[in-house]
Design a protein around this ligand. Structure first.
Ligand code: HEC
Length: 194
């Protein structure tokens, strides 16, 4: 902890400690040698006042130095962790996961499988994971191999924007408005991961 302090702060804390130690030694050892009844009846209240004032001053000093040190540590922490967390994440694996999550809505491949089945996609497409053997459209196991989620999403919502090689426009139904955004991301998850 002391390592994080500036020299000024260290001096301040050391000075505070020194004042306290010197005061304690003088009061406990030195003065009683010459005045065995110290602080005595008369001096007692003055001594209590002095001690209290000194104690508050000590606390105040430590508080000031501790607060400064705390701010410093906090600033350093924010600087250190913020870029690390946003850019790289705690581990490499999580990074790639969260990057994917940020780029496209996260769908469930399991749910996507039933969306695929209930919308008749299998009537036109081969997808082994869905046990479908439709031959009107491309075999999606093969044709989507090198495609990203963005491409698959566009192929479903705007099929005529880009026509798979060797196929005609207008056969693949436009599912824009037919599927909820959630169903679409489930489908995309199923077709890209499953
Ligand atoms: C009536 C037949 C038919 C149905 C039903 C159908 N598709 Fe298609 N699909 C096609 C045809 C034909 C193509 C190729 C032309 C094109 O790219 O639009 C295609 C293309 C695609 C592509 C692009 C493939 C590539 O390699 O570019 C994807 C992805 C796709 N369909 C997914 C689906 C999904 C998901 C469903 C169900 C929600 C579905 N299709 C329903 C006929 C169909």
């Amino acid at each position: 902890m002391l390592l994080g302090l500036t020299n000024d702060q260290k001096l301040g804390l050391a000075g505070t400690a020194a004042v306290f130690i010197v005061f304690a030694l003088i009061v406990a050892l030195l003065i009683p040698r010459y005045r065995p009844d110290f602080p005595g009846r008369k001096g007692l209240s003055a001594f209590i006042v002095l001690t209290t004032v000194l104690m508050i001053a000590m606390l105040g000093a430590v508080e000031v130095f501790a607060v400064e040190e705390h701010h410093g540590a906090e600033a350093a922490e924010t600087q250190e962790t913020e870029p690390g967390e946003t850019e790289t994440g705690p581990t490499g694996t999580e990074t790639s996961q969260s990057t994917t999550a940020a780029e496209e809505p996260q769908g469930s491949p399991e749910a996507g499988k039933s969306v695929f089945a209930s919308n008749g996609c299998g009537n036109c497409h081969v997808v082994a994971a869905a046990q479908s053997e439709g031959a009107i459209g491309p075999n999606l196991d093969e044709s989507l191999e090198a495609k990203d989620a963005e491409y698959v999403k566009r192929a479903i919502l705007d099929p005529n924007a880009e026509i798979a090689e060797g196929y005609q426009q207008g056969i693949m139904p436009d599912f824009e408005g037919q599927l909820t955004p959630e169903e679409v991301s489930d489908l995309v998850a199923f077709l890209t991961q499953g």
